[in-house]
Design a protein around this ligand. Sequence first.
Ligand code: GRF
Length: 207
Amino acid sequence: MMSLKPYKLAALVSGHGSNLQAIIDSIERKELDAHLCIVISNIKNAPALARAEKHGIETVFIDPANYSNRKAYDQALTDKLKTVSIDLICLAGFMRILGEEFIHNFSRKIINIHPSLLPSFPGLNAQKKAIEYGVKFSGCTVHFVDTGVDSGPIILQTAVPVYDTDCEESLSKRILKQEHYLYPKAIAMIVENKFNLDGRTVTHNKA
Ligand code: GRF
């Protein structure tokens, strides 16, 4: 059943936007009962912006060069997000660190997808680190964002095998395919309020 009040999502992006596309598609297929109100990028020509525009979604480029420090940039982000009273902020390949104040302002309202089975391989180049470490399984994680690096409460994870023949590119491709299922599923869990958060443990409440 569609809810009366649409759940309002924002996405922050910097790049290709394939996860953003998965979210948009999921909403259009009515698997995700939410409204993607705004897509904000820190990179002017991010392909993710073009994807959003194609679907009639408001896009905004907030240029870091116009702000003297992180606090000022984060304030500009906050101001923009508050104009549309967002319920959940989805980081979808947003390659910029958010300051503590921003994260506290939107406490438990920011989620991210990361291409590893956290807490293994946080930070950049997670797939490369997984190959170099020699793990036999890796995957992707959707988590709440806290002030650490990819350290917030884990919402959902999917594992994929790592084969002897894998390179960073082949593993990234296998993981990304799963990200596109996992992210909309995790967002739906939040939108439908089908989760409990106790300390740092998220449990799926299917009722
Ligand atoms: C994904 O691998 C995601 O896990 C990471 O950044 C990448 C974004 O890819 N946070 P895309 O822009 O969604 O295609």
